[in-house]
Ligand binder design. Sequence first.
Ligand SMILES: Nc1ncnc2c1ncn2[C@@H]1O[C@H](COP(=O)(O)OP(=O)(O)OP(=O)(O)O)[C@@H](O)[C@H]1O
Length: 260
Amino acid sequence: MSTPYVLELKDLRKSFGKTEIIRGANLAVQAGERVAIIGPNGAGKSTLFNLISGRFAPTSGEVWLNGQRIDGKKPFEINRLGLSRSFQITNIFPKLSVFENLRCGVLWSLGYKYTFFKFLADLDDANERAEELLEMIRLDKKRDTLAMNLTYAEQRALEIGITIAGGANVVLLDEPTAGMSKSETKRFIELIREVTVGKTLLTVEHDMGVVFGLADKIAVVVYGEVIAYDTPEAVRANQRVQEAYLGSVLAEEQAAGAAH
Ligand SMILES: Nc1ncnc2c1ncn2[C@@H]1O[C@H](COP(=O)(O)OP(=O)(O)OP(=O)(O)O)[C@@H](O)[C@H]1O
């Protein structure tokens, strides 16, 4: 049966060998929601991302994207159906300029192969889209800078530009602000908000500042299950979440804050 949600996980399970890591996860995400997936180390957050993006096939259960069942499909097929996952920085081409990296992202999403590189200059539509992305990620002044010469935060912005290049309506970002300073993080949250307007966003995130700054909804994953999926306020107040995870995390953050 189809689903009214943009993304839905139904009784999703994944075992590695004899160990069940994802134990019947359910999640129903509506169009345009910004969702942060949080939970203790080893709870299965990355595995969930890998199941959604097609890196792993589930052992059982279903994943629905834009009304189609995608569990078991290949990552590139899922990408074509409207889901894009942030590539890690290693997938940026260091010796290409910012603009060329974005143009590769656009062309990749159109189904071109990099071997046709010499024809790229003729492809006006890809060029236009790449220029548009350049402004969106605020790197227009770095248009012709080689990616390897960007700052770390700029590289992460480029990575997001490449991720959204194809116009996917569902975007998965893995710890988008990891490794950034406080002020960079603040600016970056703004940037993510801007470039994902009208899209559905899922992030895996450890930094509670980012979670509460960015998310409309929080999915709490504990021991391979989504134990709560609600607004930040409701999740904060949820007794089960407090006991299983958030109580200790917030206490730690408060203690760290008091120590500074
Ligand atoms: N390919 C794999 N083969 C075997 N076990 C795996 C594999 N991938 C993940 N696991 C195990 O699954 C469990 C969940 O890992 P996962 O990385 O999904 O957790 P996480 O919630 O993202 O953790 P963290 O917050 O520490 O990144 C861990 O015990 C991990 O060792």
